[in-house]
Design a protein around this ligand. Structure first.
Ligand code: CTP
Ligand code: MG
Length: 402
């Protein structure tokens, strides 16, 4: 029988928030990224690091679901896992987790479950720095945007980016320092590094930094969720080396709409007066919809139903421009830009020859200027397009790292 060593490191994973800004209708940590939740992904990162005690601070009433995720992530290390209910604030949730830390633990990491894709290497860097004697360790990434100081709508000054860093988790602490700081805290702090930093400043203590990781971004808004899902779709196990999207990707999309809609025909982003209209939830523009599917497929972002289905009433009756502009936004959020698009229409009518350049210009404008080629063909009288029952469109798209 092998005797496992008593852990001297504990990781408190706070997962008790409601996820107001995500607005998913369920506690954020329990929202799925793929077939696994945000919490499960966060815990996979935790358990890839050296064996530590792991305390999951769960949303009250959801302890069972959190335990299921924790046990699945822990595998053979299931005896290292415990779940406690959280409190009304993040700080209260961390305090609840700290109360469950075992006696022999010397180093405590506090980690946001919402940073679901944090690479194991970040945990290792933080643990190493605390073991080397730092009372508190904060993983940071450089601030890439230019930052301005503003007063209402007026810019009042510039802030030197070199002086700024974005704070991430896991934040690591000497256990005694963290316990003492939490025991003494008399107000709410934005994070543990701020709380501990305040406490140790009186004795000249400082929080130090290690490199964080771009993959450690916090899932906060629906756009962050799209980004996390897309990263997972491209790299089921993102790692610091596989993270940057560097290679172009292609996607394919097709769509069919039947004639029989109300009003005018809209196709390839153009209105075609005098031509029979296509039917559909939106304007039935099969050309635009095929392009959307090709772009989403190329970026690994699902398909048109994922983002524009009938549960999105704002797209009822919408034209190509709205679909394509939103698709470009989704791609940008996931780190992609449109390379080029080629789309072919199969239809007896309308006749594209005279308006092909106009259609290409309209679609290109809706895609932020990307090159779009439109071709059209008939099907020699065969099939539903040959019988003039409807229109089919086939698109391929290339996306490039933004
Ligand atoms: N958290 C917690 N207990 C709370 C509030 C937050 O454990 N009372 C956790 C969240 O689950 C999350 C982390 O702290 O993993 C960071 O918080 P945040 O991203 O703000 O999550 P939420 O508070 O859930 O989201 P929102 O602020 O949008 O409601
Ligand atoms: Mg919050």
């Amino acid at each position: 029988m092998t005797v496992e060593p008593v852990p001297t490191v504990a990781v408190v994973v706070v997962a008790a928030g409601s996820g107001t800004r995500l607005g998913a209708g369920a506690p954020k940590a329990l929202v799925g990224l793929d077939r696994h939740t945000i919490l499960r992904h966060a815990l996979d990162g935790v358990f890839a690091a050296p064996s530590a005690q792991v305390i999951v601070v769960a949303p009250e009433g959801h302890e069972g679901a959190a335990l299921t995720d924790a046990l699945a992530a822990a595998g053979a290390h299931h005896d290292l896992v415990s779940v406690v209910p959280g409190g009304p604030t993040r700080q209260a949730s961390v305090a609840a987790g700290l109360a469950a830390v075992w006696g022999d633990v010397e180093v405590v990491l506090v980690h946001d479950a919402a940073r679901a894709l944090t690479p194991p290497a970040v945990f290792e860097r933080v643990i190493r720095a605390v073991r080397a004697g730092a009372p508190g360790v904060l993983p940071v990434v450089p601030v890439v945007d230019t930052i301005k100081r503003v007063d209402g709508a007026v810019v009042t000054g510039a802030v030197d980016r070199a002086e700024l860093s974005a704070a991430q988790t896991p934040q690591g602490f000497d256990r005694a320092v963290l316990d003492a700081a939490y025991g003494a805290a008399e107000r709410e702090y934005t994070d543990d590094a701020a709380l501990v930093g305040d406490h140790i400043a009186a004795r000249g203590g400082r929080i130090t930094t290690v490199a964080g990781d771009p993959l450690s971004f916090k899932v906060t808004t629906p756009d962050d969720l799209v980004r996390a899902r897309s990263l997972l779709a491209q790299h089921p196990h993102p790692s610091p080396t596989s993270a940057p999207v560097t290679a172009p990707r292609v996607g394919i999309g097709t769509d069919v709409h039947g004639f029989g809609g109300e009003g005018a025909l809209w196709l390839a982003g153009l209105e075609w007066p005098g031509e029979p209209a296509l039917s559909g939830h939106s304007d039935g523009d099969a050309v635009a919809h095929a392009i959307v599917d090709a772009l989403l497929a190329a970026a690994g972002l699902g398909d048109i139903g994922t983002h524009f289905g009938t549960d999105h009433p704002e797209y009822a009756g919408a034209h190509a421009e709205a679909f394509l502009a939103r698709t470009v936004d989704l791609l940008r959020t996931a780190g992609w830009r449109v390379g080029n698009v080629s789309v072919q229409v199969q239809a007896n009518r309308p006749r594209f020859a005279a308006r092909r350049a106009e259609a290409e210009a309209a679609l290109s404008a809706a895609l932020g200027g990307a090159s779009v080629a439109v071709s059209a063909t008939t099907t020699d009288g065969l099939g539903f397009t040959g019988r003039a029952e409807g229109v089919a469109a086939f698109a391929v798209a290339l996306v490039l790292p933004a």
